[in-house]
Design a protein around this ligand. Structure first.
Ligand code: SF4
Length: 316
């Protein structure tokens, strides 16, 4: 086991963790950039099918605050996203990321049309679809499996926590077995699963947060997005925070927890995100998360100072 640990420590280039950037460069031979898209869908947790208020932290844009304009076609959104990226650097490869709301919550012919429109662009190397585990019916799975044979399809699931009390508090609207079943079916179809986790949800202890990481190590997933809870203006969470402010960590507390999560995480799991990207004009707390580069630099320094790398504590 000691040998495996020292190999893990070396294998992600500059970083002490398996970053998405590293994965993409080694899989596609170059940097691949994400373009966030809006497929014009809603969410069953907002339209009354499951709930009306949505998840307690979710912004009016359905957690897609940086996604494209739904009034534009997918081709136009891609063109605009490319123009923005190309104005800063030369880019040839993209991930078409359907981010806003629930991106499998529509009739399958419509989904097929918008996903195919993205894949018609030869520079789109990956189709990444953010959705809920309870919105993956057989017909949707059949479509995703078919598209996955044309180009890689990733599915991103918003789990946030494994703990039932917190899941109820955030009004997630599904139980853990629904997530487990979705992961099983996606993996059977050969589709990589990326799971969103929110750290420092109100009332969760350190042990509970690490419990979610340990659970995901056993869940057979391929990627993880870790994010600190953001209190965004206009959300029910912001109203709760206004009435009775709950604990939000400072940067050092967050970095320390992230370091422990990274040490515990399966070294085969690709880390897609380590800190949030909340829209600055909506962000109420914690204000320091707006300085994303500072947070990542401090994290890398912390990992080095404490000789932490992904999987250090995974092998036990
Ligand atoms: S499932 Fe996603 S889009 Fe729907 S309310 Fe929750 S966070 Fe928002």
């Amino acid at each position: 086991m000691g040998k495996e640990k020292s190999e893990d420590k070396r294998r992600w280039g500059e970083k002490r963790y398996y970053s998405l950037d590293y994965y993409l460069k080694h899989t596609f031979g170059e940097k691949v950039y994400k373009i966030t898209l809006n497929g014009g869908m809603t969410c069953p947790n907002r339209d009354g099918h499951i709930g009306r208020g949505g998840c307690i932290f979710c912004s009016a844009a359905g957690s897609g605050d940086f996604a494209g304009d739904a009034a534009l076609s997918i081709t136009e959104q891609l063109r605009k996203g490319k123009a923005d990226l190309l104005s800063k650097r030369p880019v040839r490869s993209y991930i078409a990321y359907f981010q806003a709301f629930t991106n499998t919550y529509a009739p399958v012919p419509y989904l097929e049309r918008i996903f195919t429109e993205a894949l018609d662009d030869p520079e789109v190397k990956v189709l990444s679809i953010a959705t809920r585990p309870d919105c993956l019916g057989d017909d949707v799975m059949e479509l995703l499996s078919r598209l996955n044979r044309i180009r890689p399809v990733w599915v991103e699931l918003g789990l946030q926590t494994i703990h039932p009390d917190t899941a109820r508090y955030i009004r997630r609207g599904y139980e853990l077995p629904v997530f487990e079943e979705a992961v099983k079916r996606l993996r059977a179809a050969g589709i990589p699963v990326i799971v969103h986790v929110i750290l420092f949800l109100p009332g969760e202890s350190r042990e509970q947060m690490l419990g979610t990481i340990d659970y995901l190590n056993r869940a057979g997933i391929q990627g993880i997005k870790l994010q600190l809870l953001h209190v965004l203006r206009g959300t029910d969470l912001a109203r709760e925070y206004g009435k009775a402010p709950f604990h939000v960590p400072d940067m050092e507390e967050y970095i320390e927890l992230l370091g422990t999560c990274i040490a515990r995480l399966n070294p085969e799991t690709v880390i897609h995100r380590l800190t949030g990207d909340g829209p600055k004009d909506l962000l109420i707390a914690p204000a320091w998360t707006g300085a994303k580069r500072t947070v990542l630099n401090r994290l890398n320094q912390y990992l080095k100072e404490n000789d932490i790398w992904q999987g250090k504590e995974y092998y036990g």
